[in-house]
Design a protein around this ligand. Structure first.
Ligand SMILES: N[C@@H](CCC[C@H](N)C(=O)O)C(=O)O
Length: 282
């Protein structure tokens, strides 16, 4: 395979390699994704995003999402803002419909970035999914000082633990244990939330398939939904992540979650052939 042009983008430090497969198909094997994700020998990313054509009525592009460990996810909030910003800058449009495995996401330019309608928060135990029936407002899972989380699917699985001090949680210790808990057959993104006020939440994350990241857009949505379900926050909240703030609204009329935040391009480059050569675990 020849070298491939890419963009390096990020949303609040959650960083992406973005590939454009609209004109020419691009298949990335998990082993290739892991090589590109390597921050010493590759380019480094939290997620690899592939923009693909779509036949779905109403959709402008399809976005494939690969984690740094090569696994695929249904949702990536920060990545959706970045892909939307990139394509909208290219076409001059102010709106874009991005199809993902989790559904069609309407995006529009907003002051300081992009607003994404992340679709409805899904709250059934099969939606997360869980290994067995359980109340998603009080999941029966714990590790160390973390217990009694709320389960939310934003198209990908999230467990949100409420804590008195988010900074005190050793997220890289407890995160991998909880990510692989048998309650989560597809593993889960693990978030801790400290309520700073009814309109302000502090959120830290251990991302499924990645580890600690500076920000997780779908996780910020899940954190807001969890806090609202528990009666701890209003319908519109700022979520404070390591990389900055996102504005999240859980709309009462249709249950959709709206996320607003920045999307930035760091640089453009070419993925070298050695990163793309025949997959080692094909
Ligand atoms: N960083 C993303 C979430 C990416 C996917 C996640 N790690 C998963 O496996 O579900 C975001 O901004 O939402």
């Amino acid at each position: 395979m020849d070298g491939l042009p890419f963009w390096k983008m990020h949303g609040l430090g959650n960083d992406f390699v973005v590939l454009d497969a609209r004109e020419r198909p691009i298949t990335i094997h998990p082993d290739q994704a892991r090589r590109i994700a390597n921050r010493h020998r590759g380019v480094g990313f939290d997620q690899l995003l592939v923009i693909e054509p779509t036949q779905t009525p109403g959709a402008d592009v399809f976005m494939r999402i690969l984690n740094a460990d090569g696994t695929e996810s249904g949702a990536c909030g920060n990545g959706t803002r970045c892909v939307a910003a990139l394509v909208m800058a290219d076409t001059g449009a102010e709106t874009l419909a991005v199809e993902t495995r989790a559904g069609l996401l309407e995006c529009r330019t907003a002051p300081g970035g992009v607003t994404v309608d992340m679709g409805p928060a899904r709250l059934g135990w099969q939606d997360i999914p869980l290994a067995h029936e359980a109340d998603t407002l009080h999941l029966p899972v714990s590790s160390g000082a973390l217990s009694d989380p709320v389960g939310v699917s934003m198209g990908n699985p999230h467990a949100i633990f409420f804590v008195p001090d988010a900074e005190a949680v050793q997220i890289d210790g407890v995160g991998p244990v909880l990510e692989h808990d048998p309650l989560f057959p597809e593993r889960a993104n693990i978030g801790v939330v400290q309520v700073l006020g009814r309109d302000r939440l502090r959120y830290r994350v251990w991302e499924r398939g990645v580890g600690v990241t500076q920000a997780c857009g779908s996780g910020a949505c899940a954190g807001a939904v969890a806090a609202i379900r528990r009666g701890l926050a209003d319908r519109t909240v700022f979520v404070v992540l390591d990389g900055g703030d996102l504005l999240i609204e859980w709309r009462e009329s249709d249950g959709h979650v709206l996320m607003t935040g920045p999307a930035e391009t760091s640089f453009a480059g070419i993925l070298s052939r050695d990163l793309l050569d025949a997959p080692k675990d094909a």
